[in-house]
Design a protein around this ligand. Structure first.
Ligand SMILES: Nc1ncnc2c1ncn2[C@@H]1O[C@H](COP(=O)(O)OP(=O)(O)OP(=O)(O)O)[C@@H](O)[C@H]1O
Length: 326
């Protein structure tokens, strides 16, 4: 599927910007380009990418908020824009940056209204509320009007509201934004339970790499609207593992050290950082360093996940087709 937005072309020069006020001209911005995915029930998928990559647009397409410019998508076998009522029963959605709760009402009232909208039986509603409260600790603030809640409290209520009708598929666009580490862990535990124990499908966008590593096996990377990677996190690591670095402190001042086949990325006369070539191991370099120099300290640093993602975002695109959540 693809999605383009018509935007006003303002141009670089002041004259162009002034002219666009009187006689606006338009151009098309491709937010999602030929994205093709199949997601099975029971999967936990992380949709990742840098700012403006097209993640939120993809979620909006999957939830039926937007219609594709071309191509097709099916969620549970149906086009989400066609049968809105059944689609709403099938899916739950959280946009961390924007609440879907009634702003002036306590969150509990929103939950009760949603219970009536979806016709959730009273015993089920009570059971779910108790479960949400146990994991997300909502009862201390769910009688407060939503506009007075902190961001983290509000997103927890949004999460409860999104799944109060027990949907099979849950789309979460940055759901843990604004949460402290303790609450984040509670939310992760809750989501893990929904997928592993209850067979729910979760598609999550986040910029939190720890979250990705803790929660999901499958990662889909988008960049400039195109899927550049779709596989497990382990595969991502093996394909895009950033180079290891070795930091060494020398005993006293020494000339710039040189080790065959290894580049020096930092050097201040006493301390050096060496970057290993991709795929090479540090043992040989450490042996050579210790044989040739007087060393007081040595440490080996793996490239972190953020670095890994940067490397992966530079990957290549894949094919077009139909996006399906079945
Ligand atoms: N309604 C819109 N009108 C015009 N352009 C839009 C609209 N919505 C999104 N875009 C553009 O589409 C591109 C993708 O935006 P999108 O919000 O999907 O990115 P994202 O990956 O979710 O980014 P972020 O991580 O910053 O939330 C961006 O260039 C954005 O400016």
């Amino acid at each position: 599927m693809s999605k383009s937005f018509r935007v006003t072309a303002t141009g670089e020069r002041r004259w162009h910007r002034l002219r666009s006020l009187i006689a606006p001209s338009y151009e098309w911005r491709e937010a999602v380009k030929d994205v093709s995915l199949t997601i099975d029930y029971g999967e936990f998928v992380a949709l990742l990418g840098p700012n403006g990559a097209g993640k939120s647009t993809t979620i909006k397409l999957l939830t039926g908020i937007l219609t594709p410019t071309s191509g097709e998508l099916l969620v549970g076998g149906r086009r989400p824009t066609e049968d809105r009522r059944r689609n709403a029963e099938l899916i739950g959605v959280v946009f961390g940056q924007r609440t879907q709760l009634w702003w002036d009402l306590p969150a509990l009232d929103s939950l009760t209204l949603l219970r009536d909208v979806f016709g959730v039986p009273a015993p089920d509603f009570r059971k779910r509320l108790a479960e949400f409260d146990r994991v997300l600790e909502l009862s201390s603030f769910w009688r407060t009007p939503v506009r007075h809640l902190s961001l983290g409290q509000r997103v927890r209520c949004d999460l409860a509201a999104a799944i109060i009708h027990d949907p099979r598929v849950v789309f979460l666009d940055e759901p843990t934004i604004g949460m402290d580490v303790v609450v984040k862990e509670q939310v992760r535990e809750f989501l893990r339970h929904q997928v592993e124990k209850r067979g729910r499908t979760v598609v999550l966008t986040t910029h939190d790499m720890v979250e990705v590593e803790k929660l999901t096996r499958r990662v889909v990377l988008v960049n400039r609207g195109t899927v550049v990677f779709d596989d497990t996190i382990d595969e991502l690591k093996s394909r895009h593992a950033p180079p290891q670095r070795i930091s060494v402190s020398f005993d006293g001042a020494t000339s710039r050290p040189e080790i065959r086949g290894v580049s020096v990325t930092e050097w201040d006369g006493h301390r050096a950082t060496f970057q290993l070539a991709p795929g090479s191991t540090p043992q040989g370099v450490v042996r050579e360093l210790t044989e040739r120099y007087e060393i007081t300290d040595i440490s080996i640093r793996e490239g972190d996940l953020e670095e890994l993602m940067r490397s992966a975002y530079r990957g290549q695109s894949q094919t077009a087709g139909t996006t399906v959540v079945q």
